[in-house]
Design a protein around this ligand. Structure first.
Ligand SMILES: Nc1nc2c(c(=O)[nH]1)N[C@H]1C(S)=C(S)[C@@H](COP(=O)(O)OP(=O)(O)OC[C@H]3O[C@@H](n4cnc5c(=O)[nH]c(N)nc54)[C@H](O)[C@@H]3O)O[C@H]1N2
Ligand SMILES: Nc1nc2c(c(=O)[nH]1)N[C@H]1C(S)=C(S)[C@@H](COP(=O)(O)OP(=O)(O)OC[C@H]3O[C@@H](n4cnc5c(=O)[nH]c(N)nc54)[C@H](O)[C@@H]3O)O[C@H]1N2
Ligand SMILES: [Mo]
Length: 769
């Protein structure tokens, strides 16, 4: 690198190790968790204990002494803070004031303690009783047109309240059941399903003991699913080669010190995780994987010419797949310079990755938001599946396709009926079990909800967790329209920005966290959740709740449903269900007997129970009945190509946040701290623009005039600090949600409508002072 370039930020220390323990102790102090919180951590992710509310990575059958990671501990300690956000606090502050505080300050106020009703005259929330809350909300919902109300769920609530929430929505009269998944892995739910018939991953834990190579795309395990690093470390030690595709050199994918391993902790010699690190440009995975396929197909041709054994698994391809010819034709027509341009990689890199693929017996594809949050994300998933199918790498031990899910029960919420798509709802079973006829029309995805909000058609909102107004694109327009709703209801643990944009009538209903005891008439209750591997586990904790006034999410859903629906559906037994959640699990088992039979007995088996996956058995529930090779229509997954002065911006999570929950201002693994309003930029690009480190810039969304998402609005954030960072040319990175005002609502994944938060086309200009 030339001398006059600003130095990229340095990172020292591997992922895990002492640094992660420091991370935990820092958060313990700042979150003011009570000393006994440490005891709660001991039962975290253990059979019979409580299941972490952070990520969805699997909870092993045979857990470690401390089966939690830095960020799982942060999530628990953040929930168990001794700070309280009481009705007295709200007497002092209007919502117009609190709206400007930002989520970091709002959540730091601590746990919400009592139901709160918004008073429009004073612009303040005021103490209310649960009876008042349920009755007023129920009465209001009865006056509204059901299809003008949306019931959102953020993926934390357990299977029991989630199942009932979906039932409540449909009995009330709509399928408007978007979930955080609609901003996250919906691209998988639609795109992976299209090609292999499964909306979820096909791998299991023991596959990692047999895998020879992993193609690891667009996921940051060091921060977002740290417990996977133990599994990757073991695989690497066995000789597995991990090929990473990511524009950022994420620390967790480079080296790892196992905090469970005293020898490694003392000597501190980290394990190298990646065999090869491919710094793709945003959306470049599609071309990169196509390049790998091109190499494999070429090797197969050479093998045939030399009359050697084939490289492609022709038996598998013939029996199980369709569409290979079109893919081969497309791959052959596309030359290496095009692939280099679209991927940001060299031909040599793609060929080296291809060589690893060809030599590996069993290969897995793993991916996260770097793949799903692009306009053509489903085509990238298609290309990853193409690569895997070429050598029969799906439905075989040690092989498969494994998306890493986000929220701890986001996959499970979809499984038990929280979906806007009628075809995925258990309509027949609702009829059979509850005499319930459910609405026929599909409901809103998150983007469709926002469109209806902006057009004034959506008038009511109920949120089972989350901070939706701040997690979505286009903050400015959305926030303006949000307060025009007739009714907003939030089931929440801590105060956030969305709550501070109240509708005409607005309620905050405070709930227990998963690490707290949930006592009902029949005693202390279990809840359950599903992880990324489709395993279902029970979870229970005996910790004293943060306030005597809190209710469980299940009790709140039942209270709202009963107050809204009255006696209209005699078979919907809201009170009986609240008394004993085992009865809700009986309903789940009756609704989904193949997957959930004997749920009450099976969920506490070590490692949970597996609900199965057809694609893993090579049963393909696709339109053709086969696994489908697909032939892409584009080479880069970003919706908008290159132009002079245009950059592609990826919005990311720091190591000190859980989505919009900001724990602190350190992004330790990237060597950054102190400021979240930053734009990471390649030093060469900084020189070309004449920027120096710490210069302040305005970032403006750059949509071509004729682009469908261009509605003539200017989207800009101002005063962001430039930070030199090792990135591909033309690539910028910064933090979610600070950069969300730049994402146009219409800039979303083509099949699933997942907002395209990873390849936002932008321009930079110096902030005028
Ligand atoms: N501690 C913690 N844990 C979490 C969360 C959290 O916020 N904090 N959030 C939870 C949730 S809801 C989710 S969905 C997951 C999210 O977990 P991830 O899927 O890891 O999500 P991101 O942090 O958005 O980062 C995605 C990665 O994609 C890379 N990337 C960006 N653009 C591209 C691209 O075009 N191609 C490729 N190959 N890579 C790209 C980024 O550099 C980054 O490393 O984590 C869950 N777990
Ligand atoms: N630009 C950009 N935007 C993104 C993303 C991105 O990468 N870039 N990622 C997207 C993704 S993957 C996701 S999943 C969404 C996340 O969107 P959401 O799921 O809507 O947001 P969270 O920040 O997880 O929600 C935090 C709030 O949930 C509440 N909460 C916490 N725990 C509980 C609980 O146990 N029960 C209840 N009822 N409430 C609780 C608290 O009040 C807290 O303030 O954001 C999306 N938005
Ligand atoms: Mo997510």
């Amino acid at each position: 690198m030339a001398d006059d370039l600003p130095e990229p930020k340095r990172y020292d220390g591997a992922t895990g190790g002492w640094g992660s323990l420091e991370g935990i102790s820092r958060i313990e102090l700042s979150a003011k968790a009570s000393p006994s919180a440490a005891l709660t951590l001991k039962i975290q992710n253990k059979p019979g204990g409580y299941m972490c509310s952070s990520c969805a990575w699997t909870k092993p059958e045979d857990p470690h002494a401390f089966e939690f990671c830095e960020n799982g501990a942060k999530a628990t300690l953040w929930d168990l803070t001794s700070d309280r956000c009481t009705p007295e606090f709200f007497e002092q502050h209007t919502e117009s004031e609190l709206r400007k505080w930002g989520d970091y300050r709002l959540e730091k106020l601590g746990r919400l303690t009592e139901p709160l009703r918004y008073n429009r005259a004073t612009d303040k929330y005021e103490r209310a009783s649960w009876t008042e809350a349920f009755q007023a909300i129920g009465a209001k919902l009865r006056t509204m047109e059901p299809k003008s109300v949306t019931f959102y769920a953020s993926g934390k609530a357990a299977l029991e309240p989630s199942y009932l929430y979906a039932l409540f929505a449909r009995a009330y009269g709509h399928n408007n059941l978007p979930d955080s998944s609609n901003m996250c892995h919906e691209t998988t739910s639609v795109g992976l399903k299209k090609v292999i018939g499964s909306p979820v991953g096909t791998c299991q834990m023991d596959d990692f003991e047999h895998v020879d190579a992993i193609f690891y795309l667009g996921q940051n395990p060091g921060t977002n699913s740290p417990r996977i690093l133990h599994t990757l470390q073991n695989a690497v030690k066995r000789g597995c080669k991990i090929i990473v595709f990511n524009p950022l050199k994420e620390k967790g994918l480079r080296e790892f010190v196992n905090p469970q391993n005293p020898v490694q902790m003392t000597i501190g010699k980290p394990t190298r995780i990646d065999h090869m690190y491919c710094q793709v440009r945003p959306g470049g995975d599609l071309a990169a994987l196509m390049g790998v396929c091109k190499y494999v197909i070429e090797q197969d041709r050479l093998a045939q010419e030399a009359e050697c054994s084939r490289i492609l698994d022709t038996g598998f391809i013939e029996q199980h797949t369709t569409g290979l010819e079109a893919l081969v034709a497309k791959v052959e027509q596309t030359d290496w310079p095009e692939l280099e341009q679209a991927s940001g990689l060299t031909r040599g890199e793609m060929e080296r990755a291809g060589e690893v693929y060809v030599k590996a017996g069993n290969v897995m594809g793993i991916y996260g938001m770097g793949v799903t949050q692009h306009v053509h994300g489903s085509q990238t998933i298609g290309m990853l599946v193409n690569l895997l199918l070429l050598r029969g790498n799906i439905g075989r031990k040690g092989a498969g396709c494994s998306p890493i899910r986000g929220h701890s029960n986001v996959q499970g919420q979809r499984t038990v009926g929280i979906t806007e798509k009628v075809e995925l709802a258990p309509v027949e079973k609702y009829r059979e079990l509850f005499d319930l006829e459910t609405p026929q029309e599909d409901g809103h995805t998150t983007v469709e909800f926002l469109e209806a909000l902006l057009s004034g058609e959506n008038k009511g909102y109920v949120g089972l967790g989350g901070n939706l107004a701040n997690a979505v694109p286009d903050h400015e327009r959305v926030h303006r329209a949000w307060s025009e709703m007739e009714l907003t209801v939030h089931v929440a643990t801590k105060l956030n920005t969305t709550h501070c944009i109240p509708g005409r009538e607005s309620w905050i209903l405070p709930c227990l966290v998963r690490a707290e005891r949930d006592n009902q008439a029949s005693g202390s209750q279990w809840v359950s959740m599903e992880d990324s591997f489709s395993h279902i586990y029970g979870s229970r904790s005996d910790r004293e709740p943060a306030s005597e006034h809190l209710k469980s999410e299940t009790a709140i859903v039942c209270g709202l449903a009963k107050a809204t629906l009255g006696d209209a559906f005699p078979k919907l037994a809201w009170d009986t269900w609240t008394e004993d959640y085992a009865r809700i699990r009986d309903c789940i088992a009756a609704t989904y007997p193949d997957q959930f039979h004997d749920m009450n007995a099976r969920m506490n088996e070590p490692g949970g129970f597996y609900r199965g996956n057809a694609a893993r058995e090579r049963v393909w529930k696709t339109a053709s009945g086969k696994a489908e090779f697909t032939d892409p229509t584009v080479l880069n997954a970003c919706g908008i190509g290159d132009a002079e002065g245009r950059y592609h911006l990826a919005t990311l999570r720091s190591n000190d946040q859980f989505n919009t929950t900001i724990y602190g201002h350190s992004d330790r693994l990237r060597g950054l701290s102190g400021d979240r309003r930053i734009v990471m930029m390649r030093p060469e690009d900084m020189v070309a623009e004449g920027f120096a480190e710490d210069d302040l810039v305005d970032v403006t969304t750059d949509l071509p005039d004729d682009h469908a998402a261009n509605d003539g609005q200017t989207r800009r954030v101002s005063g962001f600090r430039v930070v030199p960072y090792d990135l591909p040319k033309g690539t910028l990175a910064g933090y979610f949600p600070e950069l969300n005002p730049l994402v146009p609502l219409q800039y979303h994944e083509e099949l699933s409508k997942t907002p395209a938060s990873k390849g936002i086309p932008v321009r930079l200009a110096r902030t005028s002072t």
